[in-house]
Design a protein around this ligand. Sequence first.
Ligand SMILES: [Mg+2]
Length: 215
Amino acid sequence: MPKINLVIWDWNGTLQDDFDHIYGCGVQRIFREFNLPCPTVDEYRREVTNDFMRSFYWPRGIPSNVTADDLNKIMFEGFKEKGAPAPAFPDALAAVYETRRRGAACALISAYASAKLAEAVKRHDFTALFYEVKGDVKEKTVEFSRLIFEAGSDPAEVACVGDTVEDAEAAAAVGALPVICPRGFHPRERIEALRERIPSLVIVDDLAAVPRLIG
Ligand SMILES: [Mg+2]
């Protein structure tokens, strides 16, 4: 395996442990607001994708004129009420730090709203560890390609660390190493099911395994 010199990290469900937060304050609140039965945690984890309106909310009965922005507003009301923000995974900071110490640059690419992402990254002390933090990313392959090009890296020298099927697919699409830690939004069986289609897929049990991939 070539030496990894760039690691591109995902935030929600990968470095920030926010699944319970999103399901508890967000998903449950949304279904309550529309007087619909709330799908279980397992149903949510099995069905949710980046395109969550189409994969989850609309098929589960949320009216088709309701947009992702509408639901985000309801979700953030729930977060405000809860008060305490979601924590980082206990091994997250050390994993990014150790990745850098072993010589790989680190960037953060996320679908999360940019302002909220910047705030959370700062709150959990990650700011100095990333040379770039970018939120509001709709299409990760575009950002992965750009970062790889700008870094002058060979895609084979790049690892993308995430928690979902789409994270693995985006990494594989640009020729980078897909590394998935299935403690976030997608259950392990959805990730395992990708092995045949994405033979380069690496599944790790915790983030301490990530710097060890660098050597
Ligand atoms: Mg994620």
